[in-house]
Design a protein around this ligand. Structure first.
Ligand code: PLP
Length: 457
Protein backbone atom coordinates (compact mmCIF):
# COMPACT_ATOMS: atom_id res chain seq x y z
CA UNK A 1 0.00 0.00 0.00
CA UNK A 2 1.30 3.46 -0.81
CA UNK A 3 0.91 6.46 1.46
CA UNK A 4 -1.48 7.83 -1.14
CA UNK A 5 -3.92 5.05 -0.28
CA UNK A 6 -3.70 5.49 3.47
CA UNK A 7 -5.65 7.80 5.70
CA UNK A 8 -2.65 9.35 7.37
CA UNK A 9 -3.19 12.87 8.64
CA UNK A 10 -1.17 15.80 7.36
CA UNK A 11 0.71 15.89 10.65
CA UNK A 12 1.64 12.23 10.31
CA UNK A 13 2.77 12.70 6.71
CA UNK A 14 4.89 15.70 7.74
CA UNK A 15 6.48 13.71 10.53
CA UNK A 16 7.52 10.92 8.15
CA UNK A 17 8.85 13.49 5.67
CA UNK A 18 10.79 15.24 8.41
CA UNK A 19 12.31 11.96 9.58
CA UNK A 20 13.42 10.67 6.18
CA UNK A 21 13.57 13.36 3.51
CA UNK A 22 16.29 15.92 2.83
CA UNK A 23 14.73 18.59 0.59
CA UNK A 24 16.58 20.54 -2.12
CA UNK A 25 17.50 24.19 -1.43
CA UNK A 26 16.05 23.88 2.07
CA UNK A 27 17.06 24.65 5.63
CA UNK A 28 16.00 21.25 6.97
CA UNK A 29 15.76 22.29 10.60
CA UNK A 30 13.65 25.32 9.72
CA UNK A 31 11.37 23.29 7.47
CA UNK A 32 10.87 20.54 10.00
CA UNK A 33 9.89 23.05 12.67
CA UNK A 34 7.12 24.20 10.33
CA UNK A 35 6.27 21.04 8.38
CA UNK A 36 6.23 20.70 4.58
CA UNK A 37 3.11 21.36 2.55
CA UNK A 38 1.84 18.11 1.17
CA UNK A 39 0.58 18.48 -2.40
CA UNK A 40 -1.74 15.66 -3.36
CA UNK A 41 -3.52 16.50 -6.61
CA UNK A 42 -3.45 18.72 -9.68
CA UNK A 43 -5.50 19.73 -12.68
CA UNK A 44 -4.95 22.51 -15.21
CA UNK A 45 -3.33 25.38 -13.31
CA UNK A 46 -4.50 24.20 -9.89
CA UNK A 47 -2.98 22.17 -7.06
CA UNK A 48 -4.65 20.71 -3.99
CA UNK A 49 -2.89 20.11 -0.69
CA UNK A 50 -3.54 17.44 1.93
CA UNK A 51 -5.75 19.82 3.86
CA UNK A 52 -8.07 20.33 0.91
CA UNK A 53 -6.89 23.84 -0.04
CA UNK A 54 -7.07 24.78 -3.73
CA UNK A 55 -4.03 26.70 -4.91
CA UNK A 56 -3.23 28.40 -8.24
CA UNK A 57 0.21 27.23 -9.30
CA UNK A 58 1.63 30.57 -10.36
CA UNK A 59 5.05 28.95 -10.84
CA UNK A 60 4.10 26.00 -13.12
CA UNK A 61 5.86 23.69 -10.66
CA UNK A 62 9.44 24.89 -11.12
CA UNK A 63 8.77 26.92 -14.30
CA UNK A 64 8.18 23.70 -16.19
CA UNK A 65 4.54 22.55 -16.36
CA UNK A 66 3.93 24.60 -19.49
CA UNK A 67 0.87 22.68 -20.74
CA UNK A 68 -0.69 22.44 -17.27
CA UNK A 69 -1.49 19.41 -15.14
CA UNK A 70 -3.58 16.35 -15.96
CA UNK A 71 -2.95 16.15 -19.73
CA UNK A 72 -4.25 12.73 -20.67
CA UNK A 73 -2.38 12.76 -24.01
CA UNK A 74 0.95 12.76 -22.18
CA UNK A 75 -0.13 10.25 -19.57
CA UNK A 76 -1.41 7.83 -22.25
CA UNK A 77 1.71 8.23 -24.38
CA UNK A 78 3.94 7.41 -21.41
CA UNK A 79 1.83 4.41 -20.38
CA UNK A 80 1.91 3.06 -23.94
CA UNK A 81 5.67 3.48 -24.14
CA UNK A 82 6.17 1.87 -20.72
CA UNK A 83 4.36 -1.24 -21.95
CA UNK A 84 6.24 -1.35 -25.25
CA UNK A 85 9.79 -0.54 -24.15
CA UNK A 86 10.17 1.04 -20.70
CA UNK A 87 13.90 1.41 -21.02
CA UNK A 88 16.71 0.98 -23.40
CA UNK A 89 19.87 2.99 -23.84
CA UNK A 90 21.21 4.99 -26.76
CA UNK A 91 24.87 4.04 -26.26
CA UNK A 92 26.78 1.49 -28.36
CA UNK A 93 25.23 2.01 -31.80
CA UNK A 94 21.65 1.65 -30.54
CA UNK A 95 18.58 3.84 -30.78
CA UNK A 96 14.81 3.47 -30.39
CA UNK A 97 11.61 4.93 -31.79
CA UNK A 98 10.85 7.64 -29.20
CA UNK A 99 14.42 9.00 -29.34
CA UNK A 100 14.30 9.09 -33.14
CA UNK A 101 10.93 10.81 -33.20
CA UNK A 102 11.79 13.37 -30.51
CA UNK A 103 15.11 14.26 -32.16
CA UNK A 104 13.29 14.94 -35.45
CA UNK A 105 10.54 16.93 -33.73
CA UNK A 106 13.09 19.10 -31.91
CA UNK A 107 14.79 19.87 -35.22
CA UNK A 108 11.36 21.01 -36.44
CA UNK A 109 10.52 23.36 -33.55
CA UNK A 110 13.97 24.85 -32.89
CA UNK A 111 15.33 27.76 -34.98
CA UNK A 112 16.76 27.08 -38.47
CA UNK A 113 20.24 25.57 -38.40
CA UNK A 114 19.54 23.38 -35.36
CA UNK A 115 19.24 19.75 -36.39
CA UNK A 116 20.89 17.60 -33.73
CA UNK A 117 20.28 16.94 -30.08
CA UNK A 118 22.23 15.26 -27.30
CA UNK A 119 19.74 13.93 -24.73
CA UNK A 120 20.16 14.43 -20.99
CA UNK A 121 18.00 13.97 -17.91
CA UNK A 122 17.83 17.57 -16.67
CA UNK A 123 18.94 21.16 -17.15
CA UNK A 124 21.99 20.64 -14.95
CA UNK A 125 23.06 17.65 -17.02
CA UNK A 126 22.53 19.68 -20.19
CA UNK A 127 24.88 22.40 -18.95
CA UNK A 128 27.47 19.89 -17.72
CA UNK A 129 27.33 18.32 -21.15
CA UNK A 130 27.86 21.72 -22.74
CA UNK A 131 31.03 22.39 -20.72
CA UNK A 132 32.54 19.17 -22.01
CA UNK A 133 31.15 19.59 -25.51
CA UNK A 134 32.50 23.09 -26.14
CA UNK A 135 35.96 22.08 -24.92
CA UNK A 136 35.82 18.98 -27.12
CA UNK A 137 34.74 21.21 -30.04
CA UNK A 138 37.72 23.56 -29.75
CA UNK A 139 40.14 20.68 -29.17
CA UNK A 140 38.85 19.09 -32.36
CA UNK A 141 39.64 22.34 -34.18
CA UNK A 142 43.21 22.23 -32.84
CA UNK A 143 42.56 25.00 -30.34
CA UNK A 144 42.58 23.05 -27.06
CA UNK A 145 43.62 26.16 -25.14
CA UNK A 146 40.15 27.66 -25.78
CA UNK A 147 38.61 26.34 -22.54
CA UNK A 148 37.27 29.19 -20.42
CA UNK A 149 33.53 29.77 -20.31
CA UNK A 150 32.24 33.25 -19.50
CA UNK A 151 28.97 33.37 -17.54
CA UNK A 152 27.18 36.00 -15.45
CA UNK A 153 26.91 36.88 -11.77
CA UNK A 154 23.49 35.84 -10.46
CA UNK A 155 22.89 33.50 -13.39
CA UNK A 156 21.50 30.02 -12.69
CA UNK A 157 22.52 26.98 -14.70
CA UNK A 158 21.84 24.09 -12.31
CA UNK A 159 23.12 22.40 -9.21
CA UNK A 160 25.73 19.92 -10.35
CA UNK A 161 29.40 20.91 -9.99
CA UNK A 162 29.41 22.20 -13.56
CA UNK A 163 25.98 23.80 -13.49
CA UNK A 164 26.54 25.55 -10.16
CA UNK A 165 29.95 26.75 -11.39
CA UNK A 166 28.47 28.27 -14.54
CA UNK A 167 25.83 29.85 -12.33
CA UNK A 168 26.78 33.01 -10.52
CA UNK A 169 25.06 32.33 -7.20
CA UNK A 170 27.45 33.17 -4.38
CA UNK A 171 25.73 31.02 -1.72
CA UNK A 172 26.05 28.03 -4.05
CA UNK A 173 29.73 28.73 -4.73
CA UNK A 174 30.34 29.00 -0.99
CA UNK A 175 29.40 25.35 -0.52
CA UNK A 176 31.88 22.92 -2.03
CA UNK A 177 34.60 25.26 -3.25
CA UNK A 178 33.05 26.40 -6.51
CA UNK A 179 33.36 27.48 -9.24
CA UNK A 180 35.47 24.77 -10.83
CA UNK A 181 38.47 26.18 -12.74
CA UNK A 182 37.89 27.78 -16.13
CA UNK A 183 34.66 29.67 -15.43
CA UNK A 184 34.67 33.49 -15.33
CA UNK A 185 31.68 35.61 -14.30
CA UNK A 186 30.81 39.06 -15.59
CA UNK A 187 28.07 41.62 -14.83
CA UNK A 188 24.43 40.73 -15.33
CA UNK A 189 22.07 42.96 -17.35
CA UNK A 190 20.02 43.86 -14.24
CA UNK A 191 18.97 47.42 -14.96
CA UNK A 192 16.63 47.94 -11.97
CA UNK A 193 19.26 46.85 -9.45
CA UNK A 194 22.53 47.86 -11.09
CA UNK A 195 21.77 50.30 -13.90
CA UNK A 196 22.41 53.43 -11.84
CA UNK A 197 21.68 56.58 -13.84
CA UNK A 198 22.04 54.94 -17.24
CA UNK A 199 19.08 54.41 -19.56
CA UNK A 200 18.15 50.72 -19.97
CA UNK A 201 19.53 50.80 -23.52
CA UNK A 202 22.90 52.28 -22.50
CA UNK A 203 23.14 49.91 -19.55
CA UNK A 204 22.36 46.90 -21.78
CA UNK A 205 25.30 47.84 -24.01
CA UNK A 206 27.56 48.44 -21.01
CA UNK A 207 26.71 45.01 -19.53
CA UNK A 208 27.25 43.25 -22.87
CA UNK A 209 30.58 45.01 -23.34
CA UNK A 210 31.75 43.55 -20.04
CA UNK A 211 32.19 40.44 -22.18
CA UNK A 212 34.42 42.34 -24.61
CA UNK A 213 36.48 43.82 -21.76
CA UNK A 214 36.89 40.36 -20.24
CA UNK A 215 38.01 38.90 -23.56
CA UNK A 216 40.57 41.70 -23.89
CA UNK A 217 41.86 40.86 -20.44
CA UNK A 218 42.12 37.08 -20.65
CA UNK A 219 42.48 36.70 -24.42
CA UNK A 220 39.76 35.30 -26.70
CA UNK A 221 42.24 32.58 -27.65
CA UNK A 222 41.64 31.10 -24.20
CA UNK A 223 37.84 31.41 -24.22
CA UNK A 224 35.54 28.69 -25.51
CA UNK A 225 32.12 30.21 -25.02
CA UNK A 226 29.73 32.63 -23.38
CA UNK A 227 26.61 31.27 -21.65
CA UNK A 228 23.50 33.11 -20.50
CA UNK A 229 19.81 32.66 -19.85
CA UNK A 230 17.71 34.79 -22.25
CA UNK A 231 15.87 35.93 -19.11
CA UNK A 232 17.60 35.09 -15.81
CA UNK A 233 14.94 33.09 -14.01
CA UNK A 234 16.09 32.05 -10.54
CA UNK A 235 18.13 35.27 -10.31
CA UNK A 236 14.86 37.22 -10.17
CA UNK A 237 13.43 37.30 -13.72
CA UNK A 238 16.06 39.72 -14.98
CA UNK A 239 14.78 40.80 -18.40
CA UNK A 240 17.70 42.34 -20.28
CA UNK A 241 17.36 45.64 -22.13
CA UNK A 242 16.74 45.15 -25.87
CA UNK A 243 20.31 46.26 -26.66
CA UNK A 244 21.94 43.46 -24.64
CA UNK A 245 21.67 40.25 -26.64
CA UNK A 246 22.45 41.65 -30.12
CA UNK A 247 25.62 43.17 -28.67
CA UNK A 248 26.58 39.89 -26.98
CA UNK A 249 26.08 38.13 -30.32
CA UNK A 250 28.26 40.69 -32.15
CA UNK A 251 31.07 40.19 -29.64
CA UNK A 252 30.87 36.37 -29.76
CA UNK A 253 30.98 36.39 -33.56
CA UNK A 254 33.80 38.91 -33.85
CA UNK A 255 35.95 37.22 -31.23
CA UNK A 256 35.21 33.66 -32.35
CA UNK A 257 33.65 32.27 -29.19
CA UNK A 258 30.56 30.08 -29.05
CA UNK A 259 27.29 31.58 -27.89
CA UNK A 260 25.26 29.33 -25.60
CA UNK A 261 21.64 30.07 -24.76
CA UNK A 262 20.39 28.36 -21.61
CA UNK A 263 16.77 27.83 -22.65
CA UNK A 264 15.86 25.61 -19.70
CA UNK A 265 13.21 28.10 -18.53
CA UNK A 266 12.63 30.19 -21.65
CA UNK A 267 12.37 27.29 -24.10
CA UNK A 268 9.04 25.85 -25.26
CA UNK A 269 6.99 29.00 -25.23
CA UNK A 270 7.63 30.81 -21.96
CA UNK A 271 8.50 34.16 -23.61
CA UNK A 272 5.88 33.91 -26.37
CA UNK A 273 8.43 32.54 -28.84
CA UNK A 274 9.45 28.89 -29.03
CA UNK A 275 12.85 29.83 -27.62
CA UNK A 276 14.00 32.89 -25.69
CA UNK A 277 16.75 33.62 -28.22
CA UNK A 278 14.07 34.13 -30.87
CA UNK A 279 12.24 36.62 -28.67
CA UNK A 280 15.43 38.61 -28.04
CA UNK A 281 16.72 38.28 -31.61
CA UNK A 282 19.97 36.34 -31.37
CA UNK A 283 21.24 33.11 -32.88
CA UNK A 284 23.10 30.88 -30.46
CA UNK A 285 25.44 28.04 -31.42
CA UNK A 286 24.15 25.72 -28.68
CA UNK A 287 20.99 25.64 -26.56
CA UNK A 288 20.46 23.93 -23.19
CA UNK A 289 16.94 22.57 -22.80
CA UNK A 290 14.91 20.79 -20.09
CA UNK A 291 11.78 21.67 -18.06
CA UNK A 292 9.18 22.72 -20.69
CA UNK A 293 10.43 20.06 -23.12
CA UNK A 294 8.20 17.56 -21.28
CA UNK A 295 6.24 20.01 -19.11
CA UNK A 296 7.79 18.11 -16.21
CA UNK A 297 5.71 14.95 -16.72
CA UNK A 298 8.97 12.98 -16.80
CA UNK A 299 12.54 14.25 -16.38
CA UNK A 300 14.34 14.91 -19.64
CA UNK A 301 16.66 17.53 -21.08
CA UNK A 302 18.77 18.06 -24.13
CA UNK A 303 21.59 20.00 -25.71
CA UNK A 304 20.50 21.30 -29.10
CA UNK A 305 23.48 21.82 -31.35
CA UNK A 306 23.70 24.07 -34.41
CA UNK A 307 24.98 22.60 -37.66
CA UNK A 308 28.27 24.49 -37.30
CA UNK A 309 29.01 22.76 -33.98
CA UNK A 310 27.39 19.42 -34.90
CA UNK A 311 29.62 19.09 -37.96
CA UNK A 312 32.75 19.32 -35.82
CA UNK A 313 31.49 17.07 -33.01
CA UNK A 314 30.23 14.46 -35.45
CA UNK A 315 33.64 14.26 -37.12
CA UNK A 316 35.75 14.34 -33.96
CA UNK A 317 35.61 10.66 -33.03
CA UNK A 318 34.22 9.45 -29.71
CA UNK A 319 32.54 12.00 -27.47
CA UNK A 320 33.27 10.28 -24.16
CA UNK A 321 30.16 11.46 -22.43
CA UNK A 322 26.62 10.21 -21.81
CA UNK A 323 24.00 9.29 -19.25
CA UNK A 324 22.18 6.04 -18.61
CA UNK A 325 19.00 7.99 -19.19
CA UNK A 326 20.11 9.93 -22.31
CA UNK A 327 17.01 9.55 -24.47
CA UNK A 328 14.97 7.55 -21.95
CA UNK A 329 12.10 6.09 -24.01
CA UNK A 330 9.24 6.99 -21.66
CA UNK A 331 10.64 10.48 -21.07
CA UNK A 332 10.96 10.95 -24.84
CA UNK A 333 7.35 9.82 -25.24
CA UNK A 334 6.26 12.42 -22.68
CA UNK A 335 8.23 15.13 -24.49
CA UNK A 336 6.79 14.17 -27.89
CA UNK A 337 3.21 14.28 -26.58
CA UNK A 338 3.94 17.59 -24.81
CA UNK A 339 5.40 19.24 -27.92
CA UNK A 340 2.47 17.99 -29.99
CA UNK A 341 0.10 19.72 -27.55
CA UNK A 342 2.12 22.95 -27.85
CA UNK A 343 1.88 22.68 -31.63
CA UNK A 344 -1.72 21.49 -31.98
CA UNK A 345 -3.14 24.04 -29.55
CA UNK A 346 -0.90 26.83 -30.89
CA UNK A 347 0.04 27.56 -27.30
CA UNK A 348 3.17 29.56 -28.12
CA UNK A 349 1.22 31.91 -30.42
CA UNK A 350 -1.39 32.25 -27.70
CA UNK A 351 1.28 33.38 -25.22
CA UNK A 352 2.62 35.91 -27.74
CA UNK A 353 -0.69 37.30 -29.01
CA UNK A 354 -3.36 36.69 -26.41
CA UNK A 355 -2.81 35.49 -22.86
CA UNK A 356 0.70 37.00 -22.57
CA UNK A 357 -0.37 40.57 -23.38
CA UNK A 358 -3.56 40.07 -21.32
CA UNK A 359 -1.61 39.11 -18.20
CA UNK A 360 1.22 41.61 -18.80
CA UNK A 361 -1.28 44.50 -18.76
CA UNK A 362 -2.59 43.50 -15.34
CA UNK A 363 0.80 42.50 -13.93
CA UNK A 364 2.53 45.73 -14.97
CA UNK A 365 -0.34 47.68 -13.38
CA UNK A 366 0.76 46.27 -9.99
CA UNK A 367 3.57 48.85 -10.16
CA UNK A 368 1.08 51.31 -8.65
CA UNK A 369 1.20 49.41 -5.34
CA UNK A 370 3.17 51.26 -2.64
CA UNK A 371 5.59 48.36 -2.08
CA UNK A 372 6.33 47.63 -5.77
CA UNK A 373 9.46 49.34 -7.14
CA UNK A 374 9.17 47.73 -10.55
CA UNK A 375 6.82 45.28 -12.26
CA UNK A 376 8.22 43.48 -15.30
CA UNK A 377 7.06 40.66 -17.53
CA UNK A 378 7.76 39.04 -20.86
CA UNK A 379 5.51 36.32 -22.27
CA UNK A 380 4.26 34.59 -19.13
CA UNK A 381 7.22 35.15 -16.82
CA UNK A 382 7.30 38.17 -14.57
CA UNK A 383 8.50 39.72 -11.35
CA UNK A 384 7.76 42.41 -8.80
CA UNK A 385 10.60 44.23 -7.05
CA UNK A 386 9.50 44.90 -3.48
CA UNK A 387 10.87 47.98 -1.73
CA UNK A 388 9.95 50.17 1.22
CA UNK A 389 10.83 53.22 -0.90
CA UNK A 390 10.02 53.42 -4.58
CA UNK A 391 12.07 56.57 -5.15
CA UNK A 392 15.34 55.20 -3.75
CA UNK A 393 14.67 51.49 -4.51
CA UNK A 394 15.98 50.82 -1.00
CA UNK A 395 16.19 47.33 0.47
CA UNK A 396 14.16 46.46 3.57
CA UNK A 397 15.92 46.72 6.93
CA UNK A 398 17.30 43.32 7.94
CA UNK A 399 15.36 43.20 11.23
CA UNK A 400 12.07 42.82 9.34
CA UNK A 401 13.29 39.52 7.83
CA UNK A 402 13.17 38.65 4.14
CA UNK A 403 10.09 40.45 2.88
CA UNK A 404 10.04 38.26 -0.23
CA UNK A 405 9.71 35.15 1.92
CA UNK A 406 7.05 36.77 4.11
CA UNK A 407 5.10 37.75 0.98
CA UNK A 408 5.48 34.29 -0.54
CA UNK A 409 4.04 32.68 2.58
CA UNK A 410 1.09 35.09 2.64
CA UNK A 411 0.49 34.38 -1.04
CA UNK A 412 0.39 30.66 -0.41
CA UNK A 413 -2.12 31.12 2.41
CA UNK A 414 -4.21 33.17 -0.03
CA UNK A 415 -4.19 30.32 -2.55
CA UNK A 416 -1.40 31.27 -4.97
CA UNK A 417 2.11 29.87 -5.40
CA UNK A 418 4.58 32.65 -6.11
CA UNK A 419 8.33 32.34 -5.71
CA UNK A 420 10.61 34.78 -3.92
CA UNK A 421 14.24 35.51 -4.73
CA UNK A 422 15.48 38.00 -2.15
CA UNK A 423 12.71 40.64 -2.24
CA UNK A 424 11.69 39.88 -5.80
CA UNK A 425 8.38 38.07 -6.29
CA UNK A 426 8.30 35.79 -9.31
CA UNK A 427 5.42 34.50 -11.39
CA UNK A 428 5.44 31.98 -14.28
CA UNK A 429 2.03 30.30 -14.61
CA UNK A 430 1.24 27.42 -16.96
CA UNK A 431 0.97 28.69 -20.54
CA UNK A 432 -2.59 27.33 -20.74
CA UNK A 433 -3.89 29.64 -18.00
CA UNK A 434 -7.30 31.13 -18.89
CA UNK A 435 -8.27 34.81 -18.79
CA UNK A 436 -10.42 34.23 -15.70
CA UNK A 437 -7.56 32.43 -13.97
CA UNK A 438 -5.23 35.35 -14.74
CA UNK A 439 -7.83 37.69 -13.17
CA UNK A 440 -7.86 35.47 -10.06
CA UNK A 441 -4.09 35.29 -9.91
CA UNK A 442 -3.65 39.06 -10.10
CA UNK A 443 -6.46 39.67 -7.59
CA UNK A 444 -4.76 37.34 -5.08
CA UNK A 445 -1.40 39.00 -5.77
CA UNK A 446 -2.80 42.45 -4.97
CA UNK A 447 -4.46 41.18 -1.78
CA UNK A 448 -1.16 39.54 -0.82
CA UNK A 449 0.76 42.77 -1.41
CA UNK A 450 -1.72 44.69 0.76
CA UNK A 451 -1.25 42.20 3.60
CA UNK A 452 2.54 42.04 3.21
CA UNK A 453 2.75 45.86 3.12
CA UNK A 454 0.76 46.07 6.35
CA UNK A 455 3.12 43.55 7.97
CA UNK A 456 6.43 44.96 6.69
CA UNK A 457 5.72 48.68 6.87
N1 PLP B 1 19.26 26.28 -16.30
C1 PLP B 1 18.29 27.13 -15.93
C2 PLP B 1 18.14 28.43 -16.65
C3 PLP B 1 17.42 26.78 -14.89
O1 PLP B 1 16.47 27.64 -14.51
C4 PLP B 1 17.58 25.53 -14.27
C5 PLP B 1 16.66 25.13 -13.19
O2 PLP B 1 15.91 25.90 -12.65
C6 PLP B 1 18.60 24.69 -14.68
C7 PLP B 1 19.43 25.09 -15.71
C8 PLP B 1 18.83 23.37 -14.03
O3 PLP B 1 17.85 22.49 -14.40
P1 PLP B 1 17.57 21.17 -13.52
O4 PLP B 1 17.02 21.63 -12.22
O5 PLP B 1 16.59 20.42 -14.38
O6 PLP B 1 18.85 20.46 -13.38
Amino acid sequence: MTLHQTNLTTAELRAIDAAHHLHPFTDTKGLNAEGARVIVKSKGVHLWDSEGNTIIDGMSGLWNVNVGYGREEIIDAVARQMRELPYYNTFFKTTHLPAIELARLLAEVTPPGFNRVFFTGSGSESNDTIIRMVRHYWAALDKPEKKIIVARHNGYHGSTMGGASLGGMKPMHAQGGLPIPGIVHIAQPYWYGEGGDQSPEAFGLWAARELERTLDEIGADKVAAFIGEPVQGAGGVVIPPATYWPEIQRICRERDILLISDEVICGFGRTGAWFGCQHFGYEPDIMAMAKGISSGYLPIGGVMVSDKVAEVIANAGDFNHGYTYSGHPAACAAAIANIRILLDEKIVDRVRDDIGPYMQKQWLALADHPMVGEARMVGLVGALELTPNKATRAAWPAEIGTVGTITRDISFRNGLVMRATRDVMIIAPPLVISHEEVDDLVRITRKTLDEAWAEAK
